[in-house]
Design a protein around this ligand. Structure first.
Ligand code: MIC
Ligand code: SF4
Length: 647
């Protein structure tokens, strides 16, 4: 039978007894590659160590340092040292701070068509631009994949995104994904994989494709992918990796669960307005809006072609005196290519500030906008407060739009911009930076893993009690992001390897009293439940948004619906994800409502009745598999796997 590309790659990685079955059923996959970044990686490697193996079991595992690169005290440098030594000890490739942003580096140096990758960062699907199944996961899931365990997910629906035509004028790849976000919203991709097909695909280079697969994460999608075709071959050749090319395309006549069509020639420059990536409008509608800052880069739009087109636009011009321009290149390779073609000079001369090749302003590590400032960013997220300035207004656009508004100091109608710069071709042979990665020795058994004071040992969690007696400690609205649960920013993110310390910030921007309240609850092992709305936990893969609440004593989250990675993180740390059978019960329950949850009666996929004191019975369902339920009952995945491995 004719297969789509998603099914082909998944089928080649199915672990015994598992079948592609129907959407929603559980599949277990062999994982070829893993990646971590520093902010989630320290925990992932502590968890890997706890499994007691001598070496990673994957074909390739890479540890990138790109989030916490600021060194304003011992914490981040200590983390880097831990990551460097732990990588050498267990057979992991180490990418030092400043080398680049994990997704850009992985695409350029390690991604391979037809392979599977999981990464402890939600934008891991970026590598789907090169024809692989690349998924974001919590750090513990990545640790288990490094230990050779299969990765279990609910089989997603496969959505065909049929592209026809060719981008025109100032429209770019970014506008394709912004268009989809406007159409489908941040919940539209949940339980789905987006597979791009059709004649429009051939017109897009791998870096353009990667911009689209990167931001598929904002749709809530499991992942997105493009075929590995002539464009993929050209990209790999340019990267000096021609030998990694294998053709991976869908069969002729393949079928899909759903289809969306986009005529590329009809797209125009778009912008996502504050504070959600799906609040998309045409740029022309924003004409006249003053812009105080423009920021180009992040894992979404920091490729050679992205920055070259900006350099060409800025050549011989100067920024508006009221607009700052920050440029974060994706990798040192990108910087070398720009330098080689004398393209750094136009950026510098125009007045741009060139930052390190790291996440930087995208995660509030410097580059915060002025109070109430309008910041136009080529990034993928514009959640409130994420820039570090609580009342800043962040718009997401393509690099071309971000460069134009930096020149003009305001938005204007692209119809008046004249001819767009030509889209840059990939260089025939890009200068390599391979020697900057630290490759591990064959045998790392005598390498000492160095742990500074910022590396705090893992905590042991108890089993789930049979009956949970506790109260709702917080009631939240819809679309709560992991940035709401645990904010980013230099001060907080530096505590990622110290759970007791970082837990002090859980929900700090939503309800400053939350931590106090839950700490003072005298409810025994379960100190509280969170009541959420729709799409709870969307955004980042940071498992700290589950681990922190667990440390504080949260034992269940009751919502209308949950985002995929966060749901998995809750399971990994033994927090019960329960779903209201009747969404209207959300309105009946209040913060402070006392609950009795008969946890021992919960069956996989079944329903139970919670006694909400003073409110009455509330029915909740779950979509847990038998294994997931057993994991939660054991107090989390680490307990579960250790017990299994001992038998
Ligand atoms: C993000 O973009 O929010 C991050 C920071 O890259 C996160 C990971 C993290 O919180 O460490 C992500 O997207 O998973
Ligand atoms: Fe880094 Fe931003 Fe990409 Fe997250 S979204 S990996 S913080 S550049």
């Amino acid at each position: 039978m004719a297969q789509n590309l998603t099914h082909k790659i998944l089928a080649a990685h199915l672990v015994d007894g598992s079948s592609l079955g129907t959407p929603g059923s559980e599949i277990a996959l062999r994982i070829d590659q893993t990646l971590t970044q520093d902010a989630t990686g320290t925990m992932a490697y502590l968890q890997f160590e706890a499994l007691g193996l001598d070496r990673v079991q994957t074909e390739l595992s890479v540890s990138y340092v790109d989030h916490n690169t600021l060194q304003m005290g011992f914490r981040n440098p200590d983390d880097h040292q831990f990551l460097r030594t732990v990588a050498k000890r267990y057979g992991i490739v180490y990418s030092p701070p400043g080398t680049g942003i994990c997704h850009q580096l992985h695409l350029e140096n390690f991604a391979k068509p037809g392979k599977t990758l999981i990464g402890s960062d939600s934008h891991t699907p970026t590598a789907g631009g090169l024809g692989m199944i690349a998924m974001g996961a919590g750090g513990l899931s990545v640790a288990l994949a490094m230990a050779g365990e299969s990765y279990r997910i609910a089989m997603p629906k496969v959505v065909q995104v049929q592209l026809t035509g060719r981008l025109q004028g100032w429209a770019t790849a970014k506008d394709i994904i912004l268009h989809l976000l406007g159409m489908l919203t941040v919940k539209g991709g949940v339980g789905r994989i987006f597979e791009y097909t059709g004649p429009g695909v051939e017109t897009l280079t791998v870096p353009e494709r990667a911009t689209i697969t990167n931001m598929g994460a904002e749709l809530g999608a499991t992942t997105s992918l493009f075929p590995a075709d002539r464009q993929a071959e050209a990209f790999l050749m340019s990267m000096g990796r021609a030998e990694d090319y294998v053709e991976w395309v869908a069969d002729e006549g393949a079928t899909y669960d759903e289809t969306i069509e986009i005529d590329l020639s009809t797209l125009e420059p778009l912008a996502a307005q504050p504070h959600m990536p799906d609040r998309v409008v045409p740029v022309r509608e924003l004409a006249g809006l003053k812009v105080s800052q423009s920021a180009i880069g992040s894992c979404t739009n920091s490729s050679y072609a992205d920055l070259k087109s900006v350099a060409l636009m800025l050549a011989g011009k100067q920024l508006s005196e009221t607009t700052d321009l920050l440029v974060s290149p994706g990798s040192k390779q990108v910087m070398k290519m720009l330098a080689r073609e004398n393209l750094m000079e136009p950026l510098l001369d125009a007045g741009a500030r060139i930052l390190e090749a790291s996440c930087g302003p995208c995660i509030g590590m410097g580059g915060s906008p002025i109070s109430k400032g309008v910041s136009v960013r080529t990034f993928n997220r514009n959640f409130e407060g994420r820039s570090g300035t609580q009342d800043a207004q962040v718009y997401l656009t393509s690099p071309l739009v971000a460069a134009q508004v930096a020149l003009d100091g305001q938005f204007s109608d692209p119809a008046g911009w004249g001819a767009p710069p030509q889209f840059p071709e990939l260089p025939g042979a890009a200068p390599s930076i391979r020697h900057l990665f630290v490759f591990p020795p064959e045998d790392g058994s005598d390498v000492e893993v160095i742990r500074g004071p910022n590396i705090v040992p893992l905590e042991n969690f108890q089993n789930l009690p049979g009956t949970i007696e506790t109260r709702i400690q917080l009631k939240t609205g819809d679309d709560i992001t992991t940035d709401h649960i645990l904010p980013a920013g230099a001060q907080i993110t530096a505590l990622r390897s110290n759970i007791p310390a970082i837990s002090e910030y859980i929900f700090s921007r939503v309800d400053a009293d939350f931590v106090n309240r839950i700490k003072n609850a005298d409810d025994g092992p379960c100190r509280g439940v969170i009541l959420g709305g729709d799409n709870y936990g969307q955004g980042s893969s940071r498992e700290h948004a589950a681990l922190g609440p667990r440390h504080l004593g949260v034992c269940a989250v009751i919502t209308k619906s949950l985002a995929r990675i966060h749901r998995a993180n809750l399971v990994n740390f033994g927090i019960l994800p329960l779903i209201l059978k009747n969404p209207a019960d959300y309105d009946r329950l209040e913060q402070g409502s006392q609950l009795t949850i008969p946890a021992a009666s919960i069956q996989p996929g079944g329903s139970v009745t919670i006694d909400a004191h003073g409110v009455g019975p509330v029915e909740v369902i779950n979509d847990l598999t038998a294994t997931e339920l057993a994991i939660i009952q054991a107090g989390g995945l680490l307990n579960y796997v250790r017990a299994k491995r001992e038998h």
